[in-house]
Design a protein around this ligand. Structure first.
Ligand code: M6R
Length: 596
């Protein structure tokens, strides 16, 4: 997720672009850049937040330009990889939000025909494709270039000698703002609201030309399209959160897109793109903290099921001080921030023990990725709410991908089983969207139980860690005492705490543990606890056992943690909302924990 803006008008473009860009910083902040068309094309980029760009850039003249704030997905967060990126002649500059999944293939072709590259990004291929097609104007060149691109994108392009911006999109957002004698474009209306509230939303496959006095939209056949502007009534603060009251809710709703992006280019063809070539690992050790630790616990089930490789999971701060075992595992360190001190310390310890290390991180170029042998990046975009949501579901996606790769290497996953898993992975964004569509039902139930002081979350097998994560989400943001248990363990102690004052959230999908789960639900309802069960659609049995049932569409049980955790994220969110808690910034905890 990156932010792009554009301005074409009569005023100096530089301060306006910078001002608009600052409102998109929530979309990424590892580097930023600006290109302005004056007598010649001027360009300036800087590593770090927009403030660094602002304090270091020279004055630029011109009233047409584009700018970008980056959240790296391909290529480290460096000045060279910052956008705008240019063609060989430096006469075309482009900014991009998205992922070009066939960039390697395109780059090889462009290199063969003599183009030279100055960054490690996927984006740069597009600048060269436009350069190669630039005979009949920018609109024509951009239209021809996008025909070669696979992946997701919103591009904005400027060229020396052209007083226009040409932009296009596929699956990444792009909006044009209409002014008087000036027009704007951006990834998000937030960026433009200070200047105009009249917006035209660009649709997939369309190309738009923006000048000071005109906005022309062309469909994929090159036909002109006319579209009415929409009037936006949000205030600036609402707009920053995309109209959602909290970043957490916005990020919960971003999950279909985050999952889709995290799969992009990684499940095409018969084999997943290999994350590493080494298949000598007889065992895997996953090390992480908090929510990332719960992703690791789910990962253990998936790896053992698909690859039959013994896997252990340990909390980072414990791993560092644990005895050194004889085996030589692949140590997988899961951390969305890539900066958690305990997990960084664990990575160093693993290296000291002579183990190969892999990180699963969301922040490209973060500290851990510089220390390990391999990295799988989740592509969730920046997460601002302290409670991890979209970074968790994309960590689960990374676990499926890793397990499938290990399974293929170990020959424990047949080609047919792999195909069927790929089919389900492709449908995961839809499964999550189905849950989001039920938010009102979940909110009503959360309101019903929001006065509880204690809550229990139970599950079995692969959904036991999801019970732990549901409990963590609930305690973290609503301050309700939430405890997660493997359902079969209640009778060994915690049942003593069960009463009508302590609702139990029970995950009971139809898998090999289902009958046992029904038994555990009966145990707690016999002691007066209200039970809220989460099960599959069409399961009529469950309502005979539980007081309330939240239903998700049936999915192979190994994938059920993904939609179920979205139910529990919404559950925690609405409980916290009903209790009036400061959801995005809960007391006593920080987004990134850099102390041990
Ligand atoms: O950045 P990391 O994934 O390493 O962070 C680990 C934990 O601090 C984090 O998951 C924490 O538990 C979350 N706030 C939970 O929502």
């Amino acid at each position: 997720m990156c932010g792009i803006v554009g301005y074409a008008g009569r005023r100096g473009a530089q301060p306006i672009l910078l001002d608009c860009l600052k409102r998109l910083e929530y979309r990424g902040y590892d580097s930023a850049g600006i290109a302005i068309v004056g007598k010649e094309l001027q360009l300036f980029k800087a590593k770090g937040e927009i403030a660094v760009l602002e304090s270091t850039m020279p004055e630029m003249e011109g009233s047409v330009g584009i700018a970008h704030t980056r959240w790296a997905t391909q290529g480290k967060p460096t000045t060279e990889n910052a956008h705008p990126l240019t063609d060989c002649s430096r006469k075309v500059a482009i900014v991009h939000n998205g992922i070009i999944s066939n960039f390697m293939e395109l780059k090889e072709g462009l290199l063969r025909s003599g183009h030279t590259f100055s960054s490690e990004t996927d984006t740069e291929v597009f600048a060269h494709l436009v350069e190669a097609e630039l005979k009949d104007g920018l609109v024509d060149a951009v239209s021809k270039a996008i025909a070669k691109i696979e992946g997701t994108y919103a591009f904005a392009v400027v060229g020396e000698g052209h007083d226009e911006i040409v932009a296009t999109r596929r699956e990444s957002p792009l909006v044009v703002g209409l002014g008087e004698g000036e027009n704007f474009l951006a990834s998000d209306v937030t960026a433009l609201l200070k200047y105009t509230n009249r917006m035209v939303y660009i649709r997939d496959g369309e190309v738009v030309r923006v000048t000071a006095d005109s906005v022309d939209i062309f469909d994929s056949k090159g036909e002109k399209v006319s579209r009415e502007a929409e009037k936006i009534t949000w205030n600036l603060e609402d707009a920053e959160k995309g109209g959602y009251p909290h970043f957490m809710l916005k990020e919960i709703y971003e999950q279909p897109e985050a999952i889709h992006d995290s799969l992009l280019g990684r499940i095409e063809g018969e084999e997943s793109e290999p994350f590493f070539q080494d298949n000598r690992f007889s065992n895997v050790k996953i090390v992480a903290c908090g929510t990332s630790y719960h992703a690791g616990l789910v990962g253990k089930y998936i790896i053992e099921e698909l690859a039959r490789i013994p896997t252990t999971v340990q909390i980072s701060s414990e791993y560092r001080y644990s005895p050194v075992a004889r085996e030589n595992p692949l140590v997988v360190l899961i951390t969305q921030s890539g900066e958690t001190a305990d997990t960084l310390g664990a990575a160093r310890e693993a290296k000291k023990r002579g183990n190969k290390t892999m990180s699963i991180a969301n922040v490209v170029g973060s500290a851990i990725t510089r220390e390990v042998d391999y990295t799988i990046y989740t592509r969730a975009g920046p997460e601002i709410g302290v409670a991890a949501t979209k970074t968790f579901t994309t960590q689960l996606v990374a676990m499926y991908l890793l397990a499938m790769e290990l399974g293929a290497q170990n020959k424990t996953l047949t080609a047919q089983a792999r195909r069927s898993m790929v089919g389900t992975l492709r449908n995961l964004p839809r499964a999550v969207q189905d849950v989001l569509n039920q938010a009102r039902v979940i909110e009503a139930l959360a309101n019903k139980y929001s006065d509880a002081r204690d809550m229990f979350f139970i599950g079995r097998s692969i959904n036991y860690p999801i019970a732990l994560e549901g409990a963590l989400k609930t305690k973290e943001i609503s301050y309700v005492h939430g405890e997660g248990y493997p359902a079969g363990e209640l009778k060994h102690g915690p049942l003593a705490l069960i009463s009508k004052e302590s609702p139990v959230v029970a995950i009971a999908v139809r898998d090999h543990t289902y009958e046992k789960m029904l038994g555990n639900i009966s145990e707690v309802s016999a002691r007066g606890s209200p039970v809220i069960a989460i099960g599959f659609e069409g399961d009529t049995e469950l309502s005979k056992f539980a007081d309330d049932v939240i239903r998700i569409r049936e999915i192979p049980p190994i994938f059920s943690p993904v939609p179920i955790i979205v139910v529990l994220q919404l559950w925690a969110y609405y409980i916290a909302k009903a209790r009036g808690c400061p959801i995005d910034k809960p007391r006593n905890i920080a987004k990134t924990v850099t102390v041990e």
